[in-house]
Design a protein. Sequence first.
Lengths: 198, 685
Amino acid sequence: MASYHAMMATMLDTSVEQTADEDRALALRAANGERAAFALLLERHYERVFRIALRWSGHRADAEDITQTVCIKLGAAIRSFRGEAKFTTWLYQLVLNASRDHLRTVRNTQQRDAAYAEHTELMQDDGGHGDDVSRALWAAVRQLPDKTRDAVLLVYGEDMSHAAAAAVLGCKEATLSWHIHDAKKRLAALLAPHGEVI
Amino acid sequence: MNLSDEQLKTLANSAPATPDAQRRRDNIEAALAAFDATPAAAEDTTQGLSRWQRLKSVFQQKRRMDMQEQKDFRGWLTPALATLLLVPVVGYVSWQSQRYDGSPRDVVTLAKPGETIGVRGTEYEAVDTSDAIALDDVVIAASPVAPAPVAELQAARAQAMEGRQRAEVARFESRAVAKMASGIAAADASFANENVVLWQPIGAEADRDRIQSTDSNPVKRVAEQPVSTFSIDVDTANYAFLRRQLNAGNLPAPDSVRIEELINYFPYAWPRPASAEQPFQATVNIMPAPWHNGRKLMHIAIQGYDIAPTTRPKANLVFLIDTSGSMNQTDKLPLLKNAFRLLLDTLQADDTVAIVTYAGNAGTALEPTRVADKRRILDVIDGLGAGGSTAGAAGIDQAYTLAERSFVEGGVNRVLLATDGDFNVGQTSDEDLKRIIENKRARGIYLSVFGFGQGNYNDQLMQVLAQNGNGTAAYIDTLSEAQKTLVQEAGSTLFPIANDVKIQVEFNPATVAEYRLIGYETRALAREDFNNDRVDAGDIGSGHSVTAIYELTPVGSGAVSVDELRYARAEPAAVPASDNEFNNEYAFVKIRYKRPGESTSNLITQPVTGGNELASLDAASTDQRFSIAVSAFGQKLRDEDAVHDYDWSAIQRLASGARGDDAFGYRAEFLRLATLAATLQSQNR
């Protein structure tokens, strides 16, 4: 898979750039009030938004809700897009924030039986159709602190470079790398069978 | 053991489920409805105004509205294109009000910029965000909603404000979003005149330790910026905090390391001033940089005069102790009690001590009491128990009141704040608190801050408080740290000998091509601030030492990292380098300070010449070499390019060869930490 990514990245290098340019152009046209440009932009990125929301939350229903929130916010926020950042960088920020807010709201309403909720979250995890290994890994990723989780999600889930992920999270590249390192350590601990010392 | 990269890459294997097709259509429709309901950005009337002007205009609008309100019941539905955003500890909350018929909009009922509310330990501050929409992690949505939610939101907000329920806020937010969504679905021309209020939290941080993070000082060309100005920093909190993290097996985030605090943590025996007439002595040396062949270091060491205990001024101390529930851990309140017992032993019979606690309500636990009556003071300290929430602002007020009541003219008047940093200042914002502290400082009452515990340590607020109160911020994690801060360094912590100490260095372009100040990022001053006595800077206490290190690239060394300018080069030098009378000088160091209680500053100057240069690092003193090793350690943790090729073992060799007598074992501990950091960083690769 890794080499697949590398290969695709090389092959698609020009078209990736081209896509980014198109996105930017569309976003700027949308910001100027062009409805069709905005509709097209949404069509292009809807799956991406849903994918991140699903990976973040681990629940279909939550992911649908988050996606809805993002769509509505996007409708208003696109008006202020001025092209200072890549459109996707901007979109990722929006989705991550919406996911975080959504989950916090959910957690608050479930505060009473937090332990139960955590248990069922693990049991009913439907964060994707991948193999068991990646499924267990995603479940563990969702237990990481927010920043760490965002870093993993962007770098490994979305195959972004450390620099690009750092731009989304608004931190230095070194800090992002540190989060990734932190994640590797935490994940190893989370995935270790109970009682085993690693 | 860490997970490998390969293992993590399997994360991409899970192809997520496809979104529901019906929801997809609905959502895109909702997005388009929101799009239609939002005016284009180009119509933003606030464009081109500075943030301040915009804030001002909001206030003006408010004033106009207040008058209107009396006549018009609908006054609060009035205009303004301002968005107010609440910035809390753990996220942001924003709300916005907007109308679409061009009629005035409300600001009054929402919040003024700078206004804050505390919700269960979380501070929210209203700020103006009308230009911050694009890239902040803030996105504001606005669209027509039925009028009912407005009243509901107002009520919920009011409830959340006095009430202490974070959950309340969350429910309120979710309701707001839900109402909004349904409002959009029903979007209709008939709603076009209705008001919208949106309040939402954005961008939460899971890690509740708030450490101020900063970018490193860049390399500067002497030809372009020959002058470097900064305030001294005698804080040491960062070292203790970092030690705690390393001991727990965690590398600190690179941005959070403050190198000057690491260097200044260690006691050094720099040459001392002869008398109190001259409060401190500066020693400057140039020596080769161990981590780069062509570069040199300029090492500035400042040693404060040590006031003999008998000539110490009388002290009036008020302990402000956080006894909230969060302090009830062995490394917090119990440690704090022991720490203050130690401090008590260093005071003299005539000094007075008072104790104010804050937990829920602030209370005076002990009226100002002479240290001669030590038993009574100890009894009160022993009786302190933790419980309840934190009401820091009230506590600070009370502490200052007591300090004023027993004010000692010409003595040391100081509030010592001890907290785990979950410092809820209630209705007061960090800014307001800063102002109160500055105000009291002007009247001669200083503030020192002692941080305890880990988990929700608010480093940034502590820094701000101490910096504005002419005090130190120290982080106490063990009793031996308490011993160091409160007993060995009690003199320097409590008795200032020079206030507002600023350093300005002018480099000579004939000899120095580039320079970089290592650390002091949070202490940078503008060039003109140096001579402005109204600009506050750090203080030096009795016996304090302060060290600053510059990395220099000499002219012609071939180690220059910034290219020459193509066009500026044509400018002829005023004096050819060979005839320049200063061509033996590297730099000119100027230090400004005020004597305690004085408002005009004194100036000390010193040229740095070839005579200050040491041929090799080995010729430098033990303390100089050790402080350089600490600076390399800090740069390594900050992941700075300069030390990339300088490895940990070299740092350890340099430090272990410069241990000196190390009476308290601080340097031995540093060596252990360097080993730990090296191991942790190698796992990171």
